[in-house]
Design a protein around this ligand. Sequence first.
Ligand code: ADP
Ligand code: MG
Length: 229
Amino acid sequence: YYEQIQHSERLKTTGQLAAAVAHEIRNPLTVVKGFLQLFEQDSSFSDERKGHFTLMIDELNTAEQVISQFLSIAKPDKENVTENVDVNTVLQSVTDLLHSYGLLHDNRIELKVTGDCTISANTIEFKQLLINIIKNAIEASTIGDLVLVTAGREKGFVVIQVIDHGRGMSEAEVASLGTPFYSLKSKGTGLGMMICFNIVEKFKGTIDIHSSIGHGTTVTIRFPFSNPS
Ligand code: ADP
Ligand code: MG
């Protein structure tokens, strides 16, 4: 028991340290990016040079993304209260968010929610879980493909499914999910699924992934149903 406490204390300190380091790295990156953006608009530079600035900004954006994802894992627990979360409301806001960031490209996303679905979790983390999974579904799909998101109750559980008809994964690829920095995308961080697994575990849920190359992927998430208060 004592060892357990020590272990969680250590995790907390590591988390806080990670958050501090991430902040310290992010600030200088923002300054450098700001100057590069000015140079990019400056007519005294040749087009070739401006192209280099664009590349540099792109790379800085990737670094920023890695840090943001890292920061969100590193956040100390006390900020993340457990509350009753209405799955329907969160799903709607996640779809709106993906639309407003233009991340949905030309994919259609369909929401199907049956009955009231309340779980005990943290809204921000639950949102992040859904965003990561739906983004992956969209990124695996071809333009015009439908991504279906369903939610409903099954016995004592709320079941959420994200179904895509994209490229799919082999068994080995599915087994690699959640490994830090595992990514097959040129601009991927490979942190998305690791964060998802952490969030699901934290709120006593489960996640199952069924995939078949060329046919698509179905991600099934289950959380214990919580009585709305
Ligand atoms: P990232 O999206 O930054 O690459 P993730 O942890 O979110 O990192 O995903 C890791 C890898 O798993 C992806 O690069 C992709 O190869 C694969 N993957 C995840 N979700 C899907 C999906 N729905 N369809 C096909 N491949 C997927
Ligand atoms: Mg991802």
